[in-house]
Ligand binder design. Structure first.
Ligand code: FES
Length: 157
């Protein structure tokens, strides 16, 4: 086979393979776009908390431990006031072995787990001190937005 014909043949073969791969890739993309009925993606649900009755949150630095049905599997969460316009919501369930983390003892203390003494930041749930054995990670946080005009905190899960 002359060199030019061989080159031409190889170019055509490569183009065909590319076409086949492209068709395969398109089929894969189409399959990926199909709706998965067995595992639907649910958009974040929102839960409103009226802060009017939570007087501890009236001042910056305040923190409460409360249940917001539907958030954190309906286990308590901490709501911590960071400044005039923002709050942080995080789980009270210790990431070490699942005990309930205590509300800080005073206006400057952090959140301490009674089981093995892990300590978490009162402002964001970050681990500040590891437990007496093993290790803990930061307490999971929830996205939230605050509407100052209504004094309502909206938590998204
Ligand atoms: S369960 Fe919290 S420190 Fe062990």
């Amino acid at each position: 086979m002359p060199t030019n014909s061989r080159r031409s043949f190889l170019q055509q073969a490569a183009a065909s393979v590319g076409l086949v791969l492209s068709a395969s890739a398109v089929a894969s993309l189409i399959a990926g776009c199909e709706k998965d009925e067995t595992n639907p993606i649910t958009p974040g649900k929102t839960y409103d908390v009226n802060l009017t009755s939570l007087s501890e949150l009236a001042t910056v630095g305040g923190i409460v431990q409360t249940v917001v049905a539907g958030v954190n599997d309906s286990e308590p969460v901490f709501i911590s006031r960071i400044d005039n316009a923002s709050f942080v919501v995080f789980s009270t369930i210790c990431t070490h072995s699942g005990c309930g983390v205590d509300l800080p003892l005073d206006a400057i203390a952090n959140c301490v787990c009674p089981c093995h003494k892990a300590e978490f930041s009162r402002t964001n749930g970050a681990v500040l001190k590891q437990p007496t054995s093993g290790s803990a990670t930061d307490l999971p946080r929830y996205t939230c937005t605050y509407n100052a005009s209504t004094n309502v905190l909206t938590i998204t899960v």
